[in-house]
Design a protein. Structure first.
Length: 368
């Protein structure tokens, strides 16, 4: 997309903001034009979690990959502007000197070893778009300008852009959440009796379908606290859910659990929903919890009998229960945190110990 080399004005930048939100252009186009508003401009859309020294910079223009990598790995944690960003009014454009005095900035390692040395810049101009108790989402441009009047005009331009940026990000977040619910097929899951719950940070429930509402009323197999948090009845399932819902969680594969609660059995599937960066950064991770009755489970008495008479190990007991519940080998691999080949080896051992040669025969034996 061709753009004039002349400095972008507020009208053009506003057009690009809504263009990026509706897919007519990209956020990269917006940042590339934003850089033209300041001398030696280097722009970024960046997110900071004040509970962590890490930062996330999904879109940049003008910075080298090396400078961004060093910023993320070290300099974000010592950036003197970030700790004071919680005091900055949301939606108000400011220059760096409005947050940290120039005298203090010049003494910092951040200025001498990164801002000046790696980017050739002297300060920054930016605006906070969204802030939660720990998260801050900003748009900013580093510049070589030390002209206070020029920097203030740029800050005023950011103030004018702020409400448009906020609207664009809110639109993307709502669209992403709506598309996710449609993708999960909530109407279909309602029809076949599956409960669906969406939870976010701190396991706070964002929404649930009619089946989940009915389960919540019974308190089985989960409970809803007075402040709207989801509590599962089984500890391992709760631990997996907490990890998936954590911003620092690394679980990527769906987690599957078979649990007993209130005399019934349930198959629980936990899926960390894919999201755009805006939904993830502004709302935190969202986990879909699918709860379905598991009607073909082996009784504890039968499992104890197989353990004593056939010598099944605890791991093999879990695999046998999974087969009876209709789990695939791949699902059992995810649920037990072992490789697919390990599950196959364990299943062959179960066959040898029980004298059967197929999953169908194993289920008949287990349900006998």
């Amino acid at each position: 997309m061709y753009r004039s080399p002349k400095a972008a004005d507020t009208a053009e930048l506003t057009e690009l903001i809504y263009g990026a939100a509706f897919g007519d252009c990209s956020w990269q186009d917006f940042l590339d034009r934003l850089t033209t508003t300041m001398p030696n401009g280097r722009s970024a859309l960046h997110y900071h979690d004040l509970a962590s020294p890490a930062s996330f910079v999904p879109y940049v223009s003008g910075f080298t990959p090396e400078s961004i990598a060093q910023f993320n790995s070290h300099f974000a944690a010592i950036n003197p502007w970030i700790p004071k960003s919680v005091l900055v009014p949301v939606g108000r454009g400011l220059s760096g000197e409005d947050i940290v005095s120039r005298e203090d900035l010049l003494k910092s390692e951040f200025y001498n070893d990164w801002l000046k040395n790696q980017t050739g810049c002297e300060t920054t101009v930016g605006v906070t778009i969204v802030r939660s108790p720990t998260r801050t989402l900003l748009v900013s441009t580093c510049t070589s300008s030390t002209d206070e009047e020029l920097n203030q005009r740029a800050a005023d331009q950011y103030t004018a852009l702020a409400p448009h940026l906020k609207r664009a990000f809110d639109f993307l977040r709502r669209r992403d959440l709506m598309m996710a619910e449609q993708h999960e097929g909530r109407t279909l899951l309602d029809t076949i009796g599956v409960g669906v719950i969406y939870v976010g940070d701190n396991l706070r429930i964002r929404s649930m379908n009619d089946n989940a509402e009915r389960m919540a009323a019974k308190g089985i197999p989960f409970r809803v606290t007075f402040n709207g948090r989801l509590l599962m009845d089984e500890s391992e399932t709760s631990a997996a859910l907490e990890l998936l819902a954590s911003p620092l969680g690394k679980l990527a594969q769906p987690q599957i659990r078979i649990i007993r609660s209130g005399g019934s059995a349930f198959r629980i599937t936990l899926v960390r929903r894919s999201a755009t960066i805006f939904t993830e950064l502004l709302d935190g991770p969202t986990v879909a919890v699918l709860i379905e009755p598991a009607t073909s489970l082996v009784s504890d008495r039968q499992l104890d009998h197989l353990k004593d008479s056939c010598g099944l190990t605890p791991a093999e007991i879990r695999i046998a229960s999974g087969v009876a519940a209709g789990l695939t080998l791949k699902e059992m691999s995810h649920a037990n945190g072992v490789s697919y080949e390990t599950i196959r080896t364990q299943l062959k051992s179960i066959y040898a110990k029980t004298g059967v040669n197929s999953q169908t025969a194993l289920v008949k034996l287990l349900m006998h």
